[in-house]
Design a protein around this ligand. Structure first.
Ligand code: HEM
Ligand code: HEM
Length: 146
């Protein structure tokens, strides 16, 4: 296996770690917000790990961007659904989601009221999660990807 394939598999597999951590963060923050629970050290850790997983995926994605044959800059890039998706749509969608996670995490850190801390994480992470899922679907469904 060459370096490209290793990084590609790593990035592709790492999606599940991001999914699971962001989902767990969403569930705990919804429970905390709606149930008016305290903001525990475990809550803080899970929210932080979800952010770290998203940043790590960003870093791997950037490396992959410069290695992937599906990223191209020529006159046919936009005509082909696959090269257009990976050259443009994929990273734009994912970076928007990662920025939302980062903003949500950072805003929540500055808030003191536990209920608002949970609410901020819940809202930002939910929107980010939906964007991640939509972006991956756009790469698989021709009707959405076109
Ligand atoms: C291209 C790569 C990366 C970029 C552009 C990036 C960017 C950022 C930005 C803008 C922040 C927000 C700082 C703030 O809250 O004001 C941040 C925070 C953070 N990032 Fe990254 N990051 C990257 C990679 C990574 C990686 C690889 C890791 C860990 C393995 C990581 C871990 C963290 C942590 C722990 C925080 C602080 C969270 C906190 O506020 O407690 N980042 N990063
Ligand atoms: C939360 C963030 C991200 C997730 C969950 C994610 C997920 C994935 C997945 C699952 C694939 C495999 C193809 C597919 O099934 O659609 C993929 C491929 C790829 N990703 Fe990401 N990605 C993320 C962020 C990024 C970023 C920020 C970049 C670039 C800056 C990037 C660059 C790429 C490239 C170039 C490929 C194509 C690999 C190839 O087959 O040659 N990704 N990504």
């Amino acid at each position: 296996m060459n370096a490209y394939l290793i990084i590609k598999e790593l990035h592709s597999g790492f999606r599940y770690i991001v999914f699971i951590l962001v989902l767990v963060a969403i569930i705990q923050s919804l429970l905390g917000w709606l149930g008016q629970k305290p903001y525990t050290p475990l809550n803080r850790k899970i929210n932080l790990f979800a952010l770290i997983s998203a940043h790590t995926q960003l870093l791997i994605g950037i490396v992959l961007f410069f290695m992937s044959p599906l990223v191209a800059f020529n006159s046919d890039t936009m005509k082909n659904e696959v090269t257009r998706y990976f050259t443009v749509e994929h990273w734009v969608g994912m970076i928007i989601a990662i920025v939302l996670i980062t903003i949500g995490h950072s805003k929540s850190k500055k808030i003191i009221l536990p209920e608002s801390k949970h609410r901020t994480v819940a809202i930002y992470y939910i929107i980010a999660f939906l964007i991640i899922v939509a972006t991956i679907m756009a790469g698989h469904l021709p009707v959405l990807g076109s």
